[in-house]
Design a protein around this ligand. Structure first.
Ligand code: HEM
Ligand code: HEM
Ligand SMILES: [Fe+2]
Length: 447
């Protein structure tokens, strides 16, 4: 089946680069776990300090997820607007610019060229190139929407989320001499990205996929999209306060952050209920079982990782003990995986067959990979959580030293290193499967 719009093809290189960076990110993750589990020789630590490898791991994550979102947007925009992409050439230039900047930044980290702000290590002037890339993207998508035959809520919320995302990044550019203020704005990027802008992007992409794989009327999906967007913004923006408890901000943030962030699981639960409702009632009509599996898995693990693991440490009375511990890391992994890794993979599995001209493809490997990744990441989250409970108890309740806690956490990290290798196997299977999709009815449909 040919693509509905030839310019949707620009999504393909975005997906391929994203998948390759995903593999690299996970390899570096295994190295991080090993640096907790083993005593790394000092010369190697001097060469590659933990702060550097951690920056590489997390920046690769953010880079590939964003490239995936951009590719997905380019794939979706023509079908929604009934127009070709304004300029496919610009889309390729943008990809080259962003990947070039990203790779330069990652190489720079290894030589100590970093801004030093966690997750936003990309130094000046590379961060300005990121802004240029984002502007090209917004211009290209914006022009496509402007010439749209029809304006839809899905286009609007996707574009709104992308603009919000880009504007927040601007707060990362200056350096504020007062560190409390610097951290205050740092969270405008980190928190308002994953719990604000990215949630809007996720809600829009998910709504679109639901319309595509089921026969739910667009009006029904769009009605819930409005409610979800409103709730995400309402709880997510004030919820930023859950990061202001201990950094020198006024104490009313303890209340604001505690109450609003405790409500943040509500829109996520609504999204889960929403997806569940559409998909369950229409099981027989679903086009593409694997995309269905991914969409349900995403909704569930998004809720568990962000909603449940987030809620667990969001009240100041609890966060006082768990702040910055491996509990945070456990939540960071499952939330990012459930919400945004699986979102990207859901979209890739929807779009890739079409980009390769397949109507039906063999879903067996993809199905195995889904369970492989999801189960391994869930167990990894439990292992990080065990380390976090030990750390919190030994350091913050018993008041013993940092290294006393680390000694007890080593076993968890040894297990994590092994789990990391298992996870990498699942990632490789996913990438190979997506790159070499084979025609044929899915195993289930054939049965
Ligand atoms: C998909 C959405 C989410 C993602 C990807 C995500 C990811 C993360 C990450 C990576 C961190 C660590 C940041 C750092 O200190 O370096 C973090 C911290 C935190 N998250 Fe989330 N999160 C999400 C949603 C939520 C929700 C809905 C809640 C509350 C219900 C929440 C509560 C928290 C809290 C309280 C912290 C601070 C932990 C600390 O004090 O160390 N998160 N999140
Ligand atoms: C899709 C897969 C993965 C995602 C989404 C992911 C995400 C992240 C994030 C967001 C952080 C920062 C944590 C924070 O500040 O709270 C991080 C750090 C880390 N990741 Fe991953 N990661 C993945 C795979 C892996 C794998 C396979 C391993 C290997 C076991 C791993 C091991 C680590 C370690 C040890 C850290 C450092 C934690 C620390 O600072 O103490 N990650 N990862
Ligand atoms: Fe947050």
């Amino acid at each position: 089946m040919p693509l509905a719009y030839p310019s949707q093809r620009v999504a393909y290189p975005y997906f391929v680069v994203a998948l390759l960076l995903f593999v690299l990110q996970v390899i570096v993750g295994i190295w991080l776990a090993l640096s907790y589990a083993l005593t790394i020789p000092q010369w190697l630590v001097d060469l590659l300090p933990f702060s550097t490898t951690r920056a590489v791991h997390t920046n690769l994550l953010v880079l590939w997820l964003l490239l995936g979102f951009m590719g997905s947007t380019y794939f979706m925009a023509p079908e929604e607007t009934e127009r070709e992409i304004y300029s496919p050439t610009l889309a390729y230039i943008q990809l080259l610019l962003l990947v070039g900047t990203g790779v330069t930044a990652l190489a720079g980290f290894v030589f100590g060229w970093t801004k030093g702000k966690p997750l936003l290590e990309i130094p000046f002037p590379l961060d300005y190139l990121v802004v240029v890339g984002a502007l090209i993207f917004l211009f290209n998508v914006g022009m496509t929407i402007l010439r749209a035959r029809q304006w839809t809520v899905i286009q609007g919320s996707l574009f709104g989320g992308l603009v919000f995302l880009a504007v927040m990044y601007l707060f990362n550019l200056p350096f504020y001499a007062n560190l409390s203020i610097d951290w205050y704005y740092w969270w405008w990027v980190i928190h308002l990205w994953v719990e604000g802008a990215w949630e809007l992007v996720a809600a829009a992409l998910t709504a679109w996929i639901l319309i595509k794989i089921t026969n739910v009327p667009r009006a029904t999906v769009e009605k819930w999209l409005y409610v979800e967007l409103g709730l995400f913004l309402f709880t997510g923006i004030a919820g930023t306060g859950h990061h202001y408890y201990w950094l020198g901000a006024p104490s009313y943030w303890l209340w604001v952050g505690g109450i609003f962030s405790a409500l943040e699981p509500v829109p996520i639960l609504l999204m889960l209920a929403d997806a569940w409702h559409y998909l369950r009632n229409r099981r027989s009509e679903i086009k593409g079982r694997l995309v269905f599996t991914y969409a349900v898995g995403m909704a569930i693990l998004h809720f568990v990782g962000a909603g449940v693991w987030g809620f667990a440490h969001t009240l100041p009375q609890i966060n006082y003990y768990t702040h910055g511990s491996q509990i945070t890391v456990a939540h960071g992994h499952l939330a990012f995986f459930g919400a945004y890794v699986l979102l990207n993979l859901t979209f890739f599995y929807y779009a890739m067959p079409k980009l390769k001209g397949l109507t039906l493809f063999n879903e067996r490997r993809g199905n195995i990979a889904f369970w492989w990744l999801s189960i391994t990441m869930s167990v990894m989250t439990l292992a990080f959580s065990v380390a976090g409970v030990l750390q919190t108890h030994i350091e913050r309740i018993m008041g013993l030293g940092y290294m006393t806690a680390q000694a007890q956490m080593r076993l968890s990290f040894a297990i994590l290193a092994v789990l990391g290798v298992v996870f990498l196997g699942g990632v490789l299977l996913t990438v190979v499967d997506l790159m070499t999709l084979r025609p044929g009815p899915s195993a289930k449909e054939a049965a």
